[in-house]
Each structure stands twice: as C-alpha cells, then as structure tokens.
Design a protein around this ligand. Sequence first.
Ligand code: B12
Length: 362
Amino acid sequence: MVTGVRQETNSDDASSHGWLDAVMDSAVSAAWKDIYRPQAGVVLHPAALGRLPTRQDVVTTARVLACAVAAGSTDYFVAYVRSIVTEQAARGAPPLAMAAVIAALRRYYAEALPPALAALVLSVLDAGLDAVSRPGPDLSGPVAALVAEGSAEPFTGVEALADALLAGEIDKGRRLLRDAVGAGRPCVEVATGLLQPALYTVGHRWQQRRITVAEEHGATAVAAALLAELFADAPRAAPLGRTALIAGVTGNRHALGPHLVADALDVAGWDARFLGGDASVDAVVAEVDRCRPDLLGLSASMPDQVPAMYRIIRQVRRTFGSAGPRIVIGGLATNHMRALWRWIGADGWSPDATTAVALVGG
Ligand code: B12
C-alpha cells in the first residue's frame, strides 16, 4: 500500500509510471465508455450525478493517478479528489461524478495491469473513492491565511483595476499602480496585492460568463504591459550572485504568475531568468545544464499540469543529482494543495511572489 508523504512504493518508480503511461489512452477510452454504458437498464442522467463527467475529467484523473503512484504518494491522489469534490460542491454538484470516474478507472486497471501493480493502483484508487464520500483531515489547507500573513495593508482599488484592464484603459491602470507605489508600497507588493487580485477578479467574471474569452485575453495583455512598466522602474537590491530559472511547466500557458516571480527575485538581487510558459522537460533540463542555476522555480495553474511538473522535477533530480538546483513550485494548482511540494519531491512551495522571495532568500 502506498502511504503518506513520499514513502517509496514497492514497485519500481520507472516501471509503474511506464506501465500506467503505456495504457493511459486505453484506460481513458475504456473508462469513458464504461461511465456512459447503461448498466442493468440504469442510464446515467445529469440530475443523478449533479454534473456529468467530461472526458477531460477522466484524462486528468488518470494522469494524477499515474503521477501519485510514481511519486509514491496516496495523499496526493486523495488531496486531488478532495479538491475536485470541494470545487464541484461549491457549484452545487454532488460528488458522484468524481466517484463514477474513479470507479470506471478502477474496473479497467483491475483487468489490465499485472497483479502486483494492480494491487498498488487499486489501493490508491480506493483511498480516492473513500475520500469522495468521507471528509477527512485537510491535506491541503487554505492558502488565504498564509498570503494574508505575508502582506501588510490590503489594497483598495482591485475592482477598479479589473475594470480598467477589461476596458483596455492602460492609463487608468497605470495611475492606480503608480498611486500605490507613490504611497510607499514596494513594487512586488503592489503586483501581488493589487494586480494579481485584479486578474483573479477577471478570471472570476469569466467563470461566471460575465465576460468573454476575448475580453479576458485583452485584460491579460494590458496587465502584462503594466507589469513590465512597474518592474522597469523598480529599485533593485545589490546582486546576490545567485541565479534562478523560472518556467511554466508543459501545458501551462499562464505565464504572468511565474514571470512575476522572476521579476520579484530580480529586484531582490537574484539573476533571474524566465523561460516562459509551456516548457518541456527537455527544455528545462537543457537550460539547467547550460545555466547551472541555484534555484529552479516551476509553475502549474491547473491540476492536469502537476504530473508534468513532477516529470520535470524527477528528470532534473536524475540528471544533476545533488549538484542540481533547489526546486520550488508554485501556481494556482499548487495553492490548492499546500503539501504538494513534498509529495512530488520539490524542496519548497510558496503561494505568491512576495512569499517566494522570503522563502528562497533575497
Ligand atoms: C489570464 C488568464 C489566462 C490567459 C493567460 C495568458 C498569459 N500570458 O499568462 C489565457 C487566455 C492563455 C488563459 C488560458 C486558459 N485558462 Co486561464 N486564466 C487567466 C486568469 C484570468 C489570470 C491568470 C493570471 O495571470 N493571474 C495573475 C498571476 C499573477 O497570478 P498567479 O498565476 O496565481 O501567480 C502567482 C502565484 O500563483 C504564484 N506563482 C505562480 N507561479 C509560481 C511559480 C513559483 C516557482 C512560485 C514560488 C510561485 C508561483 O506567484 C504568482 C505571483 O504572485 C486566471 C484567473 C486566476 N484566478 O488566476 C484564469 C484561470 C487560471 N484560467 C483558467 C482556465 C480554465 C483556462 C483555460 C482552460 C480556458 C480559458 N480561460 O481560455 C485555458 C488553459 C490554458 C493552459 N493550458 O494553461 C481557470 C483555471 C481553473 C482551474 N484551476 O482549473 C482560471 C482560474 C479562470 C477561472 N476562474 O476559471 N488563461
């Protein structure tokens, strides 16, 4: 049985991960058909499940499962299940859709895997199934308190800034940010305490279908320009002689957050380089080889990007061993699971750019 925090599984990491990767597409297709196959005359109905599982739900769950097994952490799979169930409950949906996905994957893996690996995988799935119906200890923990601890006075003007971003009013946005800097607040604090919540507000309005994707894109473009201006003028600490590489992991197109982390390290005296979003395992390993950084920062925004983050961490560890960089993780997907960094073998985690600088020193 896979247990607790980063205890190794009995099966070899590479072979279990390889097996689960090799059967991933078949598992998803079989589970998908299974979920929607009428059983004993009972047809699934949205009203019964609250929300019908999507194929993406099955894909993400299968990927997270493979990652949890390879990393030797049932806790990670359980925390993933709880976060999805909690998110769906907030939208008024019962947890049955998640249960249906896990049960269908379970039926496939019970048949398809060699017995020893099947026993391991089923034990992780069963822990997940158990978590669907029984609330347990909070393995992730709310992040809001931690962020609040690290920040001083809250900012006013978040809604006004969100409105300005959405209206494309760059002058108004610039004024709001400059006023905050003029009032004596450091640039990093202004970026994380004012611009970041304004972008979260934009995301929230998109989720509520109050704005279109195009409006969201436009707001992001204005925010990126304002961030560049904010940091161009920021006073910089004396160089620390330490280098950092920051990247969004494979599949993560949310680049503003990790870029802001790189900027925050930069003004704190680090030589920080941002590799952009959607970085592949090979690209990150090649850059680590070329730059030999002291710190590698990886960002994931959505749950299905965490397995890619794990792959990068594993490959960097395998390639560079103890000569490799310290690895910290962050991004929205990690903010819903405060212990994730331990489960996937990183050295630390931080919920925003301000606390990231405090974590790594600067
Ligand atoms: C802008 C945006 C986009 C832009 C991104 C453009 C760009 N160049 O960055 C685009 C249009 C590409 C996009 C696409 C999508 N998005 Co989007 N997007 C957003 C939005 C509105 C803002 C993101 C942002 O910039 N936030 C501001 C930054 C500063 O905050 P942050 O990313 O959290 O970063 C901070 C911390 O997390 C932390 N951190 C981040 N990385 C790291 C790394 C390290 C090492 C450390 C220590 C810390 C750290 O520090 C950062 C700075 O303080 C969010 C809403 C939100 N709540 O975030 C949705 C949001 C993230 N997107 C969402 C979704 C669903 C999508 C899409 C699937 C659909 C869509 N909307 O088109 C695609 C998926 C793209 C992909 N494959 O990644 C959802 C994700 C839901 C979820 N958790 O599953 C959100 C939450 C919107 C919502 N409310 O539903 N998106």
